[in-house]
Design a protein. Sequence first.
Length: 188
Amino acid sequence: MKKKALLVGLVLVVLGFGFYSVTIGTYNKLVKLDEEVKSAWAQVENQLQRRNDLIPNLVETVKGYAKHEKDLLIEVTKARASVAGAKSIQEKIKANNQLTSALSRLLVVVERYPDLKANENFLRLQDELAGTENRLAVERRRYNEAVRRYNTALRSFPTNLLAKFFGFKRATFFKAPEAAKKVPRVKF
């Protein structure tokens, strides 16, 4: 009788230890997956913040450069037109001086800032927009993968029993809004 009681006690201890180990292991796994989801979401937020910080400043910079070049080119064009329309010598001198001045400023701008060409700035803006959106897409995908792993663990047996007992809730996938299906417009 003592041997049976000892054997039953030993089996209960082993089962209890096994149950405890599985419970602790499962709990720790759920905590790890939950933290993975939170970390992935933080990265999505980082990229959203990057976009919010970067894009408006970049757009304003490009608009400033394009406006500067536009104003200068308009000034060159007007000066050239005034040369063609000048009748008297005084008008021609004045018009040519204006054209020379405008061309000189244009050459100085190009010499000092050869990359200050509107088309290059617009191409850079497009690259930055695409790069930011790609980073955001990667982080959204990583987040959704973390959510999938976490939610799969929550729904798997016997983890689902322990998850419910410990109060773990399903995470939400990142879903693009209906408006995201429309092609975005960049307007200057």
